[in-house]
Design a protein around this ligand. Structure first.
Ligand code: AVJ
Length: 317
């Protein structure tokens, strides 16, 4: 199915629900990817800096655990600009490990830029970029099933999934791995709710622009007539569930027409569109999640404040 058709279908499905939703994977058009890069540099958005610290501090230990004397594929799910992965790539290259790099991302722009920048920065690295959604990356895993693999799933991207979806996804990843393969997964840990809230509702309004850009993308690609000024970003954290949720709130009674679905959608004043979940975890939860999907924790790497963790999973026999 062409990407635009799927987008139109998903938007129509989400906006036709009793409680309106839009899938967060559609944030990342050109503008959205640029806004996310700005988010990663915000003082409030601690996640990227923490994970960068985890990788920088532990790159040698990680490389030692990846090295098993045989050639492997390093598969980076949701690679984006791969700023964090580059720390590892430099280390693995320096240690002369035999591997190639397979970044996977839904943003074609991002994959083109990444291939180019890697060609300049690490000319000897073999790169095979894949443009597609996470589930499409599974095809690649399947095609290369017999070869050794280290899968990276960094940045707490897992946090966007609801629990059943995360189990389904990790179980499918596991089904294409074999004993000796590994998964390094970044997870955002539970912490002061105020700190989490600020990370998703920053003072300069970049996260608000990122959320609202989804409506602009619908206008551009599907011929929508959203008045973006009539919606407001709203984020809240539930400390019982450990879930950060983001919404777009309709500021008035209004109708929006979308040519792509040839439909008009009504929004009541203060009605919400749910656009994103970002789950925060405890290590016991992650251990449990791994177990459910056929993974065993080999090692947990933390930043100095223990705000974030990169968990290395081994594949059970
Ligand atoms: C890219 C999914 C990890 O949930 O923290 C950042 C996306 N949304 N600010 C996250 C995001 C709002 C981010 N992930």
């Amino acid at each position: 199915m062409p990407a635009k058709v799927a987008f139109a279908r998903d938007v129509d499905e989400g906006l036709s629900k009793e409680q309106k939703t839009l899938p967060s994977r559609y944030f990342y058009d050109g503008t959205g990817s640029r806004l996310f890069q700005q988010i990663m540099e915000l003082p409030e958005y601690y996640l990227t800096r923490c994970e960068q610290e985890v990788l920088t501090t532990n790159k040698q230990a990680m490389a030692a655990l990846f090295a098993r004397g045989s050639y492997f594929h390093l598969i980076d799910l949701g690679a984006g600009d791969a700023l964090k992965t580059k720390v590892l790539l430099a280390e693995l290259t320096q240690q002369k490990l035999a591997f190639d790099y397979v970044p996977v991302d839904i943003s074609g722009d991002a994959m083109q830029q990444l291939s180019k920048s890697l060609h300049n920065e690490i000319p000897n690295l073999k790169v095979e970029a894949v443009v597609g959604e996470y589930f499409q990356s599974l095809d690649w895993l399947q095609e290369n099933k017999s070869e050794r693999k280290v899968v990276l799933f960094l940045g707490s991207n897992i946090g966007n999934f609801e629990e059943p979806e995360s189990i389904r996804f990790l179980t499918s990843v596991r089904s294409y791995l074999q004993p000796g393969d590994q998964l390094l997964m970044g997870v955002d840990l539970r912490k002061d709710p105020e700190m989490i809230l600020k990370a998703y509702d920053d003072a300069s309004g970049i996260t608000a622009a990122f959320n609202l850009n989804l409506l602009q993308r619908i206008n551009k690609e599907l011929g929508g007539d959203f008045n973006v000024n009539q919606f407001r970003h709203y984020a809240m954290y539930n400390p019982l569930e450990g879930v950060m949720r983001s919404f777009l709130i309709s500021l008035s009674d209004q109708d929006v027409h979308i040519q792509g679905s040839n439909k008009t959608y009504h929004f009541n004043a203060w009605e919400a569109i749910h656009t994103e979940n970002s789950h925060k975890y405890t290590i016991p939860q992650i251990k449990m999640l791994g177990q459910l999907c056929g993974f065993r924790i080999e090692k947990v790497f933390y930043d100095s404040k223990q705000l974030f963790a990169d968990v290395l999973f081994a594949v059970d026999q």
